[in-house]
Ligand binder design. Structure first.
Ligand SMILES: [Zn+2]
Length: 305
């Protein structure tokens, strides 16, 4: 990616090196701004609301946030023990700068998309932490992977996840990392649009299977939103190099539920999916990437995911 020398977001809350990543979170309002976008995204062609059922997503998660990965990793697998609170390495600093640039570019993208729909985008804060962090969704360790907390509208990221992505999941590269950020920002967009809230409500009284299906649709939509950002990064910001798209697709594929279940030595059980299969994650990322169109990301009305 051609990211150097570009504007960095001001919405980075750098808590690296702080023992508990103490939260200074203030709750934010304003998720109503975008409700008028909601019907477009959540209603079927016939105008009937799609979400007719409803338990909190993220099966098995202690955290009431929205994560990138299914909870299969078992925890404790990240190198979270040895973060020096003093000087960050130059490599870490560069990575943090990179995150700032990607976040800034997502801000520009979503500002444009929202504006076009007569709404105003409210930028999320991205919290960088090491080891563990406190959020309005609870305390989390880095082993859960990057996540978004709807209650404080913040994205949480331990940069060591990028190492994990490259080594353990076989998805190295800066655009793979950018996809992760854009996916979490996608959950922020869903929160602004009222989608996350509606999914939570629908899940509350639903069977596990239906709740999982809703979770998959929500996650795949976040992938599609990440792809939509990729479209802008490619066509407007001109940030992409040859091979970048493949990096993101590789990452999307690597964190599909089926792939992770297999990797964990388990049988592949589609009913237990909460994030979508590798093929589905790739498909929806591509859909957003190729169309650059919000409407193309309506996973809730899709017959085939
Ligand atoms: Zn997610």
């Amino acid at each position: 990616m051609r990211w150097r020398g570009r504007r960095q977001s001001r919405n980075i809350d750098d808590r690296r090196g702080q023992p508990t990543g103490f939260s200074s979170a203030s709750s934010r309002g304003g998720s109503r701004t975008l409700l008028r976008l909601l019907p477009m995204l959540l209603r079927s062609k016939g105008g009937r609301a799609i979400l007719v059922v409803g338990g909190l997503a993220v099966a098995g998660a202690k955290l009431a946030g929205i994560d990138l990965l299914p909870m299969l990793m078992g925890g404790g697998s990240l190198s979270t023990a040895s973060h020096p609170s003093q000087a960050m390495s130059q490599e870490q600093e560069e990575l943090a700068n990179f995150v700032g640039v990607v976040l800034a570019d997502t801000e520009e993208t979503w500002q444009q998309v929202f504006q076009r729909n007569g709404a105003t985008y409210q930028e999320p804060t991205l919290v960088l932490f090491t080891g563990q962090v406190s959020s309005a969704c609870g305390r989390a360790s880095a082993s859960v992977g990057p996540f978004y907390c709807p209650s404080d509208q913040q994205v949480y990221l331990d940069l060591s996840f990028f190492e994990e992505l490259g080594h353990r999941h076989g998805a190295p590269g800066d655009f793979a990392q950018a996809y992760v950020i854009a996916h979490e920002v996608g959950h922020h967009v869903q929160t602004l649009m009222g989608i996350s809230n509606q999914v939570r409500q629908e899940q509350a009284n639903a069977s596990q299977q239906v709740a999982n299906d809703l979770s998959v649709r929500q996650e795949l939509q976040a992938d599609c939103f990440a792809g939509l950002w990729g479209y802008y990064a490619n066509n407007h910001s001109n940030m992409l190099d040859p091979g970048d798209l493949e990096e993101a697709l590789q990452a999307a594929s690597a964190i599909g539920d089926d792939h992770l279940q297999r990797q964990a030595g388990r049988a592949v059980m589609p009913d237990s999916f909460t994030h979508g299969s590798s093929a589905q994650r790739v498909r929806w990322f591509k859909r957003g990437f190729e169309s650059g169109d919000l409407q193309s990301c309506n996973t809730f009305s899709a017959n085939r995911l």
